[in-house]
Design a protein around this ligand. Structure first.
Ligand SMILES: [Cu+2]
Length: 345
């Protein structure tokens, strides 16, 4: 402990008042993917940056896997002139990268402000099949979008705190700032290239305002910590459509395995509604053009590590779905990874 810098000591002291024997405590922050998991002491600031990657691929309806051949037998709900009667373009895989830059400040022990800026990059590979007759594969193409996506501001309110437990609520507003009708180049089932508005899932924003709310409880048992969080994001104002409302339950446990490091295990249950509303210009013989083919329920399991540096701390977390129940034909999530850095002062 003698090597500790003044700032490091001050920061940990603030975080863990009354835990003199536990100054080097890597579990003071929840697994890196959990948001709004802690509040601060009066006068403290925290800056953080997180990177997330989500990898999706293979299609399913509910929890039943679908081949491309099964997908192109499904009806195309948009019967515009010249459009095939069946789905003809199949999403094969998608990668979403996200950067989150966050700041926290506590004007009092009972209130912490938390602000966040999110940037997203989405890319997808698709296969196009002939619209009718023998349904041969015509080719593959990719599309992508990238932008500042959301800005959020929340208040974290301390409800109850003891030597070993903390209970707090979050209430906040999130504004979607990313474009909601970006164009992309598509290989059509007529075997030509066409510029079209990309389907909902490839849009960075939905131009909506959402209400964020959460309740978090943590309890420390010496080397162990257990956390529970329920959080939701609900759209309260939208343009013509918005991404579905979300409800999430989290339970995590963390254990110190050295003076500066802790591992974590997190179980997450998430329920996402289909897209609300519609942009009539988004119509193509692809599953992602149908607002009902979004959302579902999934259970996933995450493993993570938090590590305290001399200045700040780093976290890593890897998630794998255990069970997914998807609304309509959709790509499944393969895995999600997050890494981040926190600095309090
Ligand atoms: Cu913080």
């Amino acid at each position: 402990m003698e090597h500790k810098t003044k700032m490091h000591a001050a920061m940990e002291g603030h975080h863990e008042k009354g835990h003199e024997g536990n100054m080097h405590d890597a579990k003071m922050h929840a697994p890196i993917g959990a948001m709004g998991d802690h509040y601060h002491r009066k006068g403290e600031f925290m800056a953080s940056v997180r990177f997330m990657r989500m990898d999706m691929g293979k299609n399913a309806i509910g929890s039943r896997d679908l081949s491309d051949q099964e997908i192109i037998e499904l009806p195309n709900p948009f019967s515009m002139s010249g459009m095939p009667a069946k789905l003809s373009v199949v999403p094969e895989n998608m990668v979403m990268d996200m950067v989150m830059i966050g700041g926290m400040y506590a004007p009092s022990d009972n209130l912490t402000w938390m602000g966040m800026i999110m940037l997203k990059d989405k890319s997808m590979d698709l296969t196009t099949y002939k619209g009718m007759m023998n349904r041969d594969q015509l080719g593959k193409f990719s599309s992508g979008s990238s932008d500042l996506s959301n800005i959020a501001l929340s208040a974290l309110l301390r409800i109850q705190e003891t030597q070993t437990t903390r209970l707090h609520a979050q209430i906040g507003i999130e504004k979607s700032t990313g474009e909601n009708s970006k164009m992309g180049s598509v290989l059509t089932p007529m075997n030509d290239k066409k510029e079209m508005i990309m389907p909902y899932g490839m849009q960075i924003g939905d131009d909506s305002v959402s209400l964020l709310s959460a309740l978090t409880y943590t309890k420390t048992y010496n080397l162990w910590k257990i956390g529970y969080q329920v959080n939701s994001k609900r759209s309260i104002q939208k343009d013509t459509w918005s991404f579905g409302n979300k409800l999430e339950f989290n339970i995590w446990t963390q254990r110190d395995f050295s003076k500066v490091a802790a591992w974590s295990l997190r179980i997450k249950y998430q329920k996402t509604d289909p897209i609300d509303g519609r942009n009539v210009l988004i119509s193509a013989p692809v599953q992602t053009a149908n607002p009902r083919n979004y959302g579902g329920k999934d259970f996933s399991l995450g493993f993570g590590i938090n590590y305290n540096l001399r200045l700040g701390s780093v976290g890593l977390e890897f998630f794998k779905p255990i069970k997914q129940n998807l609304n309509g034909p959709q790509m499944k999530t393969n895995w999600t990874a997050q890494m981040g850095y926190h600095l309090s002062f």
